[in-house]
Design a protein around this ligand. Sequence first.
Ligand code: GLY
Length: 567
Amino acid sequence: MTSNEIRSKFLEFFKEKGHKIIPSASLIPENDPSVLFTTAGMQQFKLYYTNPELAKRDFGVNNVATVQKCVRTGDIEEVGDNNHLTFFEMLGNFSFGGYGRKDAIEYAHEFITKEMGLKISYVTIFKGSQNIRRDDESEKIWQSLGVTNIREEGMEDLFWGPTGDSGPCGLTTEIYCKNASDEDVEIWNIVFNEYFSDGSREKLDKGEAKLTKLPVMGVDTGMGLERLVSVVQNKKSVYDTDLFDNEETKEKRIIVDHTRAITFMISDGVRPSNKGSGYVLRRLMRTVASYKNIDIEKLVEIIIEKLRKQYFELNKEWVVLEFKNERAAYEQAYNHTEAEISKHQGFTGYQAFNISSTLGTRISDIIEIAKKKGTVLSDKFKDEFEEASKKHQELSRTSSAGMFKGGLVDSGEESKKLHTATHLLNQALRIVLGEHVVQKGSNINAERLRFDFVHPRKLSEEEKDEVERIVNQKIDEGLPVGFVEMPRIEAEKIATHSFNEKYGDVVKVYSIGDETKGYFSREFCGGPHVSNTKELADNPNGAPKRFKIQKEEAVSAGVRRIKAILV
Ligand code: GLY
């Protein structure tokens, strides 16, 4: 069976079981600044676990399945062994109140043993913890299917999530199969999303986050395609499958893994930079760049050729161009670093920090260069480096705090106006198109707003005109804008909220309008906003500004994007 066949079989199998097939979301999570990359199939569905009624409305059913592109860098040190990758495809089936443990386990069992013809080596079940009882139910279901090799594990291995700052999470049961090296490979993780955590996983583990029961049982499964293929094709490693070209050495495996990640990230719009996802991309690119003799163009071409049918967004030109720029920047920084280090006799951590912060060279590269040149590091090199780095962080915090009070006000004000315009737009769309319009994402800068929302088709000229008219009318009415904080449960009754957002128990609700004039819009939102809609029309140098839709287009199936300005 080829990897393409396995992908299709998975989707067909779940389609037959009443699941709607949904396309992979982007690698850059929409509207969730607390995570850098999409790391799991469930991420694009986070909101449906807390609001299962929306699933029925948006998909017509409670059950969906996807092949999701994912990036995980947590295990980056292990890339190059038989089973670890930074970029991988994840097969997943998800249910938002549609089914529970029994169906989820039976589907997985049927797919693995019948469709894939594999023997299950063993499965795992949750052994219980202080607050959560042992998963006897899953154990019984496995036994009823004839699986008797059942192992027990605890929170660390068998409690999944949440992703980001908060979200759905729960117990898991996993399936292991043997590969050709006789290794037991974890191939499928079946999560029962029964809880909502109001804090990150880290906080949860420290006892600083609270778990509450979700309204209905959710199912969230994740099966790494590459691992499944390695087992089905009876290979010793994921790198020996038809998704790769039999990369044998650790070095070659790292190069091809990282280049796959780089290719997908750049194609989804990430660019190398010194922070966030751009920094992760830069690190991967620099690792690949440090292997000097690779024909990157050829490698990207081979990678894209294998996956272009599944991922039409892959863009060779962008990837190669970015890679060339990064390689040149890296070489230049490396040479400068060598020259700078040569200037020092005793080489201290302070000096190293100066080089690192001015040239952007990694500390590991600086140490490597210094060692190669025989430069002697000072005794307290590490401490010195850390001290300098801490001082720098404090300094930049206080200087940026000052900037906010003085400068920058202008661009901040413009973004604030467009942010308020986004709320007006959201409500106007709901009035003109219907209540199914739900925010999927938004991005605002001083020049324009961008707003993604659920709607099945293109807007007509009349619809766009009507939306503009309503927004401008609300600007002219000079409606007050303000917020209150209230329990999420209460807020959900009166206010709209966007997709993929993470919400705590207490949320801020921004409203436009008031009790006397009536509320035009009420949304979950962190702010900031202007205090009156008439500020959106402010134009010291001319006629009052108007709200104008510049562009309306599709971003994915069932999701539209509007770009709009105040002119
Ligand atoms: N969300 C399930 C997994 O990533 O394994």
